[in-house]
Design a protein around this ligand. Structure first.
Ligand code: GDP
Ligand code: MG
Length: 435
């Protein structure tokens, strides 16, 4: 777990609160104070911390829905606010769609750009992409060698030049020679990059070499100062992603994440060490769950949301009638997490119903895989996945970086779940954990 300090103190705040018999005013204020202190220590901007506490105070004024305690209501809201503070939805570095992809990585020298280019190249390769790297860091001859060394074990080609001083020319040449690779990752020079230089560099390269996306690498140890880099970058890049590095070695990670999130820029990965494998996809929900780590957080969240969802009657009714599309299915999987959608569906079935073995394990961890597949489908396909033929399946697999087998598996599991739901049509006990 990265972010040890923030994690420890937030955990303690939640633990103390949930261990209390009642959530009286004083307990809530103490919880807020503890949580605020943890966030401020992690360099989260004061304004954001106050927003979070205000939102929790708001929900305290509301009467909790029947079946939900005040304490659960507060924990649930605190969880939601933390997820919101750290990004809400998971965002992925999108290399889907037709044609070859060109990704430009920029970042101040020392931010971890070179290392991160290698990490991402390896990540994409593991997802089945044909990847090559172009080192256009013409200021530091060492960068080319560094990248070659990092990627040589994985057979990912790196192209660069010790003599060419014009990065645009270098990139143009290299792209021609690496034409057979679908994703080309370009590492640009960093040096002492100020905002104007950053903008010029991205624009200059983009003009000459049509870029599909730009990735800014930011050192998380600068905490909330990450905001100004992210803002400058947003002005320069058409499609921009952010990767925060050195999350393993900083007490200010919470500040860095929330500052970047406040600019609206999507954080797609975090770097958690010096090795090529030390890269994690950034998912705010699981990040917060890990951060808080209290054993029953998930069950509290699930319980509250199951109750709240009943209020979403139209949807519930439609689902009870067996109208249950692929999006509904993936949302349920995500909401349930472990032990899995199918296991919880199984619980709703008459005990005589026999389910195939291994269903529970299978659905564990599938949420992330299936979300990425779903994100690569178009509207028509989401509405009716039976239209997936082999070329659609291929396209979706490529877009999501998953295998065709996994795409087919999602459709198969969905169809099975839908069948089950139809069988229980009209059941009054049907209560799915909405998100
Ligand atoms: P660049 O100058 O931006 O290209 O940065 P480098 O990739 O050369 O990295 C600078 C230093 O930061 C190196 O010592 C890296 O090993 C280290 N580094 C990069 N990413 C991480 C990370 O996620 N965690 C830790 N602990 N160190 C990192
Ligand atoms: Mg470098």
């Amino acid at each position: 777990m990265v972010l040890d300090e923030l994690s420890l103190s937030l955990r303690e705040a939640f633990r103390r609160f949930t261990n209390r018999p009642y959530a009286e005013q004083q307990a809530i204020e103490e919880f807020l104070r503890d949580a605020q202190r943890s966030l401020l220590k992690s360099d989260v901007e004061v304004g954001l911390v106050l927003q979070l506490s205000d939102s929790i105070r708001e929900v305290v004024k509301e009467k909790p829905p029947t079946g939900i305690s005040k304490k659960d209501q507060v924990v649930h809201r605190a969880y939601l606010e933390l997820v919101g503070l750290l990004g809400k939805q998971k965002r992925i570095l999108d290399v889907s769609g037709p044609g070859k992809k060109r990704l430009l990585f920029v970042g101040i020298q020392g931010s971890g750009k070179t290392t991160t280019v290698a990490k991402v190249a390896k990540f994409l390769q593991r997802r089945g992409q044909r990847v090559a790297v172009i080192c256009a860091d013409t200021f530091r001859p060492g960068a080319y060698q560094q990248l070659s060394q990092l990627l040589q074990p994985y057979g990912i080609p790196v192209m660069g030049s010790a003599t060419e001083k014009d990065p645009v020319k270098l990139i143009g040449e290299a792209l021609k020679r690496l034409d057979e690779y679908r994703v080309r990752v370009i590492a640009s020079a960093g040096r002492h990059m100020d905002e104007a230089v950053l903008r010029n560099r991205v624009e200059e390269i983009d003009e000459d070499v049509k870029l599909d996306a730009t990735v800014l690498v930011v050192d998380a140890t600068i905490g909330q100062q990450a905001r100004s880099q992210a803002e400058a970058f947003a002005k320069a890049a058409r499609v921009g992603y952010i990767i925060l590095t050195k999350m393993d070695g900083t007490a200010k990670g919470g500040g860095a994440i929330s500052a970047v999130v406040a600019t609206g820029a999507p954080i797609v990965f975090i770097g958690t060490g010096e090795k090529v494998d030390d890269l994690e996809e950034f998912d705010p929900m699981s990040f917060v769950s890990d951060l808080i780590g209290i054993v029953d957080l998930r069950s509290i969240v699930r319980r509250v949301e199951a109750v709240l969802s009943v209020e979403d009657e139209e949807r519930a009714k439609a689902m009870a009638k067996g109208k249950f599309n692929l999006e509904d299915f993936v949302v349920q999987i995500e909401a349930v997490g472990k032990p899995g959608m199918l296991a919880s569906l199984a619980k709703m079935l008459p005990s005589s119903t026999k389910l195939p073995e291994g269903w529970e394990e299978k659905s564990t961890d599938m949420a992330r895989v299936w979300r990425s597949i779903l994100d690569s489908m178009n509207r028509e396909e989401r509405q009716d996945p039976t239209i997936l033929n082999s070329s659609r399946t291929k396209r979706i697999a490529k877009g999501s970086g998953r295998s065709e087998r996994e795409v087919r598996e999602l459709v198969r599991q969905y169809m099975t779940a839908r069948k089950l739901l139809r069988r229980m049509k009209g059941s009054r006990n049907l209560k799915l954990p909405f998100r």
